[in-house]
Design a protein. Structure first.
Length: 74
């Protein structure tokens, strides 16, 4: 028998995290967008279980911001 895969986060929590990310992005004029993206992905991944194993997210806003600078220059 296979282990279960499921998502145990709530819809209202997801809406709250996305609103918080949007507000922070708006207030900082987009500078903190990588932080907001990492914050939302971290929440989504922490609440996801695949084949009985909870996923783990170790990305940081600093790493993403560095990539955004490279992509902008390219």
């Amino acid at each position: 028998m296979k282990d279960k895969s499921y998502f145990d986060g709530g819809l209202l929590q997801l809406i709250g995290w996305r609103l918080l990310g949007g507000i922070v992005t708006f207030i900082t004029l987009g500078i903190c967008t990588p932080w907001a993206i990492c914050m939302i992905y971290n929440w989504e991944i922490k609440h996801t279980v695949i084949n009985g194993k909870r996923l783990y997210f170790d990305g940081t806003a600093t790493q993403l911001f560095g990539n955004w600078i490279k992509w902008l220059l390219l």
